[in-house]
Every structure is written in structure tokens, then in C-alpha cells.
Design a protein around this ligand. Structure first.
Ligand SMILES: *[C@@H]1O[C@H](CO)[C@@H](O)[C@H](O)[C@H]1NC(C)=O
Ligand SMILES: *[C@@H]1O[C@H](CO)[C@@H](O)[C@H](O)[C@H]1NC(C)=O
Ligand SMILES: *[C@@H]1O[C@H](CO)[C@@H](O)[C@H](O)[C@H]1NC(C)=O
Length: 573
């Protein structure tokens, strides 16, 4: 039996009330111990993305900041690498980069959650007390909503949680006609000007996705509103709703209860049918208690997504220490269940991202939290230069399996762009048709991440520019995984999105990719489009991985700047 010395560490942290000592304990991590036979070679474990030592994880739950400490809770299987036996595992951090694990915060212990403790959110009450609302599975396998509060508010780690004896606080009944199998994932609550709290629970009626609205004066007695906050036909079950205000013309975040004329609202839903997180931007009419997406916003799977790759069940929280809103999302595997069991774990959390409303007010912008840059080590910089059509240029001197790369491309001679066929409406399909090896005029250009020496394997993240309708240019961003691995048991779907950047005005297209062994998390157009790829190279692993910048279009492009950093390993025990 291998016992990691990691959890025998004493940890000292400076907090409001001086120095607090975290006790070392064996039993604290009883559920996180490494199994007796972990596979020896683990090329797919990440070095700066959050993941526990073993087993299955999924949705991030109830993220928050409390007394200067960030808390990440998440769905975790205590017993294996596939979904099941779910508890709320719990880790804390001072910087959202390095993490200390604690004992699971919430696990089945009451009638109202005896068959499971599923996703939920934290609300920080006005006097600073955090409250968790989560979905419990009761003895009849009904989905109900429960509450838990910290046992000891003086413990900044909030290690122990006490459940309300009044649970469940919200339950399906014959009268409210809620589908007991489709009633889950309560949001963070917000306080209206009338002094009532409000929250959403995800649901559906037949194939209509529904955000059920509840109100409460005291946080204990919740009354279902006659009408939902919002619903949309044909979208299926809405999981993990998230509803929050975003400032107009500011990158700063605001508390979930903020209202006024200087904010718009975002409603995010996780679509159970397609496993995509989409959102709309709109207005919240507090008098009628309804949300109305702005004109042009699309409700459903063809709407805007936080991420056009593997990214699901996400949740934001307001970081009151740095006045920003931070997004967490689960990166699922793309491997077979057998491969997951063999490696002993499944699931990773994406790098936390700050998010804000774009100046167009039509979409959000996301960027990895600045703190992640602390892990940047050795930097390689390429000066401004022409990247001729048909060429790939190796970026050497960085650990290509564990890197952060930022590159910007200058484009001229736009009139040479390929004409966009009006039938090419679906960017993902277009990216699959026009993968990295299909040459074009302006593009494909971008990076080849996790490339093997002989190019048998690589993950290509790139742009193509098309001439669209009425002389408008259309920018396509793709993440092509088709050659990411010689192992064909993996899902290698190509991802893509249109990037709302006007190359005539901007003249520069930027791309940042966080490469972490089996993840390529990419941000195009300074965070307007994000695509996360989950890949399993067999040759391009560890120091056998290479990084290239490439241009397989016929037209030259310019590299206006490129910086790549080797990334250090985060401390995530
Ligand atoms: C609450 O937590 C504080 C800080 O960790 C600790 O000093 C105190 O003993 C705890 N109180 C109880 C009742 O456990
Ligand atoms: C209730 O939800 C379950 C699980 O998704 C589904 O099978 C059933 O058809 C739903 N019933 C209605 C009336 O929507
Ligand atoms: C997770 O990935 C597996 C394998 O690609 C897929 O079958 C499953 O539908 C995915 N689930 C979610 C929630 O993304």
C-alpha cells in the first residue's frame, strides 16, 4: 500500500485572524488514498489542471471564496473511475492554482439524500455565511433540494457541513407537477429588492427545458413560482443552470444579487441531450421575475457556448476579493470506459476563467485567471516574421507537453480569402470537412500541439478566413483532434466555432493554448471563442512532444508575436 507523504504536510496560512494551522491527519484523506496498484506510466495526468489522485470526477459544485480561501467542491466517486457513489469532494486554495484536499464535505447521510448527493451551489448570505443548496436523491429516487451549512464558521477550511433537519426544502409533489426524475442542480440564490431570495432549479416538461423559479423570505421555506424564469422548447433537460449579472463596459464581476441599469444578465444551461453548455445574454425583469434573451440570442444547442470542445456542467462564482466572476467547468474524458478504468481516473476541471461581457454586449469573453501565469517558467519568444504558406515551424526550448503558448497572426491581402459557401452554416461541420491538412487560401494557420517527431500525432488548433456575404469576412476557429492519437478507441471529434472578430479592423488574430499532457485548452480572439480538446497521444508524450506554429494556406501570414512558456507543476494533492 502506497501512502503519499503529501497529506502529512503542515500548512500555514495567513488569514484575517492571524495564522491558522491545519492539522495533519491520516483519516482526512481516507477516500483519496492511492490504490495499491496504480498504473506505472501515467502520461495523461495533467500538471496544472485540477484533478484528484484517482477516481471519477464530474461537475464543479458550490465554488466560493470564504475568508480569503477559495473552495472547490466537486462530484466525486469515492470508489472508482466511472460515475457512481457520488459525494462532494472538497479542496481549498489561496490562489486557484495550488490546492489542498479535505475530507468530502457532503455525502449521503439523511433520508433526503440517502441515494445520492448531486450538484448544487453556494450562496454567501449578506452577513458572510455560506449556505449550500444541493440535489439529494431520496429513498423513492426522487430528486429533491437540500441545504447544508458550515459547522464551524471560524474554520476557514469549512471542513464540516451540517444538513438542515428541514430537508428537503424543495420537492416534487402531485400539486406542483414537477418531474421527480428531472429536477436538479439549484443555482446560487439572489436577493430581490422585495427582500425575497430567488433561485433556479433545472428541469424539463416533455422536451421543453425549464428553469424553475423558487422564492423564499428566510432561505428555509421555498415557494415555487407559477411561471419559470425561462424555458425553451425542444432543448430537453436543463442541468446546472447558472444565472448572473454582468457589467456593461467593464471586465469586473459583480455579486449575483446586483441589479440596475449598468448590468445585463446571463443564463447558462447545460443540455443533458447534447452535453453542451450554452448561454444567452439578456435582461431580467424583476417585477415579472422573468428573463428575456436579447434579440438575436439563440436558445438551445446552436446558441453561444462557453466552450466549443469538451466542457460541461460549468458554474460561476463572484470572487469578492478580486471583483471578478470566475467560471469552473468539467472536462470529461474522450477515452473508452475501459481505458478510464485502466488509468484509474476520469475527469479534470478546466483552468478557472475570468469572464465578462464583450463590448458588443452580444457575447461573453473568457480568459484564464492571471494566477496561472505564476507557473510560467522558461520563455521562448519568436520575433515578428513571415510564415510562408505550406510551412510548419517548430517552437523549441519549451516543454511542449506542459506549456502555455500565445501567438498572434497578422493578415494582409484579405481579398484573397476563400469564398464562404452559404450552405456552410455549421462551424463544427465545416471544421471537420476542412481539417488541418485541407489547404485553403488564408488558413489553416495556428499551432500543432502535442505533435510527435514524425507528425504521426498532433492536435491542430487553427483559423481560416473566408469572404462571406456583402464583403464581410468570416473567421473560423477549429480544434482538429483527428490525428491526436494512434489509439482509435478515443472520441476524436473535430470542434469549431465562428469567431466574431473583423479581420479588416483588427488585422491581427490571437490564439492562446494551455497544453497539459492530455488537454489543449484554447482561447481565440482574446477569449471570444474557447475550445478544449481532450487527447491521448501515444508517441507525443512527455519530452517526446513537440510544438509547432503552422500555416498550410497558400497565402503568407505574419507572426506578429509568439511567446511560449514551459509550465511548472501546480501543487494539487
Ligand atoms: C472552529 O475552528 C477554529 C479554527 O480552526 C478552531 O480554533 C475551533 O476550535 C473550532 N471550534 C470547534 C467547536 O470545533
Ligand atoms: C420525466 O423525466 C424522465 C427522465 O428524463 C423522463 O423519462 C420522463 O419522460 C419525464 N416525464 C415528463 C412528463 O416529461
Ligand atoms: C463523456 O465522454 C464520453 C466519452 O467520449 C461520452 O460518451 C459521454 O457522453 C460524455 N459525457 C458528457 C457529460 O460529456
Amino acid at each position: 500500500m502506497a501512502i503519499s507523504p503529501a497529506w502529512l504536510v503542515f500548512c500555514f496560512l495567513f488569514l484575517n485572524h492571524g495564522v491558522v494551522e491545519l492539522e495533519a491527519s491520516h483519516q482526512v484523506y481516507r477516500d483519496l488514498k492511492l490504490s495499491s496498484s496504480p498504473p506505472e506510466h501515467q502520461p495523461y495526468r495533467t500538471s496544472f489542471h485540477f484533478q484528484p489522485p484517482k477516481n471519477w470526477i464530474n461537475d464543479p459544485n458550490g465554488p466560493m471564496i470564504y475568508r480569503g480561501l477559495y473552495h472547490l467542491l466537486y462530484q466525486y466517486n469515492t470508489k472508482g473511475a466511472i460515475w457512481g457513489n457520488i459525494v462532494w469532494a472538497h479542496s481549498t486554495s489561496t490562489d486557484l492554482v495550488n490546492w489542498t484536499p479535505h475530507e468530502p464535505a457532503i455525502y449521503p447521510s439523511q433520508t433526503s439524500d440517502i441515494n445520492g448527493c448531486w450538484s448544487g451551489s453556494t450562496t454567501i448570505l449578506p452577513w458572510g455565511t455560506p449556505v449550500i443548496l444541493y440535489t439529494g436523491i431520496d429513498p423513492q429516487n426522487r430528486q429533491v433540494q437540500n441545504m447544508a451549512v458550515p459547522k464551524n464558521l471560524s474554520d476557514p477550511y469549512l471542513r464540516e457541513w451540517v444538513k438542515s433537519p428541514k430537508n428537503p426544502l424543495m420537492a416534487p409533489t402531485a400539486a406542483n407537477q414537477i418531474n421527480a426524475s428531472s429536477f436538479r442542480d439549484p443555482t446560487t440564490a439572489w436577493l430581490g429588492p422585495d427582500g425575497s431570495w430567488r433561485l433556479l432549479v433545472g428541469s424539463k416538461r416533455y422536451s421543453r427545458g425549464v428553469a424553475i423559479l423558487y422564492r423564499s423570505k428566510d432561505f428555509f421555506h421555498w415557494v415555487k413560482s407559477q411561471h419559470p424564469l425561462h424555458s425553451a422548447k425542444g432543448t430537453g433537460m436543463w442541468e446546472c443552470p447558472d444565472f448572473f449579472p454582468v457589467l456593461i463596459n467593464s471586465k469586473l464581476g459583480v455579486d449575483t444579487s446586483t441589479m440596475g441599469t449598468d448590468v445585463k444578465y446571463v443564463l447558462k444551461l447545460s443540455l443533458d441531450d447534447t452535453k453542451h453548455d450554452y448561454y444567452t445574454v439578456g435582461t431580467y425583469n424583476i417585477n415579472k421575475d422573468i428573463y428575456i434573451p436579447d434579440k438575436g440570442q439563440v436558445d438551445g444547442d446552436s446558441g453561444l457556448r462557453y466552450d466549443y470542445g469538451k466542457f460541461y456542467a460549468s458554474k460561476t462564482f463572484f470572487d469578492s476579493a478580486k471583483n471578478r466572476r470566475i467560471l469552473w467547468g468539467w472536462i470529461n474524458e474522450s477515452s473508452s470506459v475501459n481505458d478510464d478504468i485502466k488509468k484509474g481516473w476520469a475527469g479534470v476541471q478546466a483552468i478557472p476563467r475570468a469572464l465578462w461581457l464583450d463590448v458588443s454586449q452580444k457575447q461573453l469573453v473568457q480568459w484564464p485567471i492571471r494566477e496561472i501565469e505564476k507557473l510560467r517558467g522558461n520563455e521562448v519568444h519568436l520575433p515578428k516574421q513571415v510564415l510562408k504558406g505550406g510551412l510548419a515551424l517548430e517552437v523549441s526550448g519549451v516543454t511542449a507537453s506542459q506549456a502555455d503558448v500565445e501567438v498572434s497572426f497578422g493578415i494582409s491581402e484579405l481579398e484573397k480569402a476563400e469564398v464562404l459557401d452559404p450552405s456552410w452554416k455549421n462551424p463544427q461541420v465545416l471544421c471537420s470537412k476542412k481539417g488541418a491538412l485541407v489547404d485553403g487560401s488564408l488558413g489553416p494557420f495556428g499551432v500543432l500541439a502535442l505533435a510527435s517527431k514524425g507528425m504521426q500525432e498532433y492536435t491542430a488548433v487553427f483559423f481560416r478566413i473566408f469572404k462571406g456575404h456583402a464583403d464581410k469576412y468570416v473567421v473560423l476557429m477549429c480544434s482538429d483532434q483527428s490525428r491526436s492519437s494512434l489509439n482509435n478507441n478515443n472520441d476524436k471529434t473535430t470542434y469549431g466555432a465562428f469567431l466574431n472578430v473583423d479581420p479588416v479592423r483588427k488585422k491581427v488574430l490571437s490564439l492562446r493554448s494551455l497544453i497539459d499532457h492530455s488537454i489543449v485548452e484554447s482561447f481565440g480572439g482574446e477569449g471570444k471563442v474557447c475550445i478544449t480538446a481532450r487527447v491521448y497521444p501515444t508517441l507525443a508524450i512527455d519530452d517526446k512532444a513537440h510544438l509547432h506554429v503552422f500555416n498550410y494556406g497558400t497565402q503568407n501570414v505574419q507572426i506578429t508575436g509568439l511567446s511560449a512558456w514551459s509550465m511548472k507543476k501546480a501543487r494539487i494533492y
